[in-house]
Design a protein around this ligand. Structure first.
Ligand code: PFF
Length: 447
């Protein structure tokens, strides 16, 4: 069935892909991983992982989506008719459903924190108070559920407007705003006294902190940050134009995503150092340490508002891409209209998201494999579903799709010329290195 909706231009595709990739992973997870894994040493390893493992993964998913022009389930079905490969698409649909369920809860925290920042609730001076604020935010059943619901409704509203008029248009506004505001915070951070120490930490590698787990953490972060393994790239690529330069679009997405992650670290680390706080704070960095730093710096109230606004934009542009995978699947496989597909996806995520939202409050006694519901969803998506989906995608392109089909799609039917040497190297990375890398993240996570 011919598609009625799709991205309007190659820039539209690129900005939507960047919107999907740039998310909480860049602003929240990357800076704290840098902080706990030896600063610049981690950044260097991360860059290598992105170029040699994650980019080939992204190219594979792009090839699958654009060649098939289908939703994630239909894509494998069309490219490998009559085979079991279509179940790889189902793994992706399950993956996005679980990721979205807990992602909406964290998205809800960004709204809660944004409202607190606007209401100048961060004027308390000692760090313990910020620990208490975070504990009360993450354990309150009503607030958690309420803000998760608001976040999910915002996500659905954009997806409901369609690919071109909703997803593309919103990303075209949100991404430049995010970029500019991040630069403003970065400048503020760099002009604080003592910020040079933070820059040294970020750009002078400490190799003594590097272990095998650093490499696997970098690989896992690259995988999550580029939105691999969930079918979002497959779905977005299926809306792109056949004439677009696939390699350039994938490369620019990876570049923009990495730049935002590094800019976010520059916006955060110098301020953290300037206030004499250890950079190795872990997950609390964005929700505990930073509000404390903002409360104490000149113009910090404004920086707090801007920072949590950016977090919100980043989170929603990613959640839109996650929801679109579910919606496209329902529209194309069950012939639902966009309204019905969005409502059904909303209902499923609302139920699962509520379970996650309550997991540190009313349902804190419920454990699956010794984890609360939120942590279980995080664990199962990161270590089984996303990695499983990503692994199947690279294996499919490397081993199932013919070399001729790969070349045809990669070069947009011969429109772009690459040397045979370059094409073979890309295929080699997809065939061997990428699957080994993804399998490593999976095994490491599971044991
Ligand atoms: N890339 C997003 C982030 O860095 O926060 C998270 C994400 C979005 C993962 C979409 C997977 C996905 F399909």
């Amino acid at each position: 069935m011919a598609r009625q909706d799709g991205f309007g231009s190659s820039f539209g595709t690129l900005i939507a892909l960047i919107g999907s990739a740039v998310g909480l992973g860049n602003l929240w997870r990357f800076p704290y991983l840098v902080g706990t894994n030896g600063g610049a040493a981690f950044i260097i390893i991360y860059l290598i992982c992105v170029v040699f493992l994650c980019l080939p993964g992204m190219i594979s998913e792009f090839v699958i989506g654009r060649r098939s022009q289908q939703d994630v389930y239909g894509a494998f079905k069309v490219l490998a008719p009559g085979s079991k490969w279509k179940y790889a698409g189902l793994v992706c649909v399950l993956g996005v459903t679980t990721v979205l369920s807990f992602y909406c809860v964290v998205g809800g925290w960004t709204i809660d924190y944004l409202i607190k920042a606007i209401g100048m609730k961060f004027s308390v001076a000692d760090q313990g108070a910020f620990n208490n604020i975070f504990t009360s935010v993450s354990t309150s059943s009503t607030k958690n559920t309420f803000y998760m619901l608001i976040f999910l409704v915002c996500t659905c509203a954009v997806v409901l407007m369609g690919v071109k008029n909703g997803i593309e248009k919103c990303n075209k506004v949100m991404m430049p705003v995010l970029f500019v505001l991040l630069i403003v915070i970065m400048v503020r951070s760099l002009t604080l006294p003592g910020s040079g120490e933070g820059m040294k930490f970020l750009f002078k590698p400490d190799w003594s902190k590097v272990t095998t787990s650093t490499v696997i953490a970098a690989l896992g972060q690259g995988f999550f940050s580029l939105s691999l393994g969930c079918g979002t790239i497959i779905t977005y690529a299926s809306y792109s134009n056949k004439k677009d330069n696939l390699f350039k679009t994938s490369g620019l997405t990876a570049l923009a995503d990495t730049m935002v992650a590094i800019l976010a670290s520059i916006a955060i680390m110098p301020s953290v150092f300037s206030y004499g706080i250890s950079p190795t704070q872990g997950p609390g960095l964005a929700f505990v340490t930073l509000p404390y730093v903002f409360a104490n710096m000149p113009f910090g109230w404004l920086m707090g508002i801007l920072f949590f606004f950016i977090m919100f934009i980043a989170a929603i542009s990613s959640s839109i891409s996650l929801l679109e995978v579910m919606v496209a699947y329902l529209i194309e496989e069950f012939k639902a209209n966009r309204m019905k597909a969005t409502l059904l996806s909303f209902s499923v995520v609302l139920i699962l998201g509520t379970l996650c939202a309550l997991s540190q409050g009313a349902l804190s006694g419920v454990h699956i494999f010794k984890k609360n519901i939120f942590d279980f969803f995080d664990f199962i998506s990161a270590n089984v579903l996303m990695t499983g989906g990503g692994l199947l995608a690279v294996l499919f392109v490397g081993w199932r799709l013919s070399k001729k089909d790969f070349k045809d799609e990669f070069t947009s039917s011969g429109k772009y010329n690459y040397s045979p040497w370059f094409l073979s190297t890309v295929l080699l990375l997809i065939k061997y290195l990428a699957p080994i890398g993804v399998a490593l993240i999976m095994i490491n996570g599971l044991i």
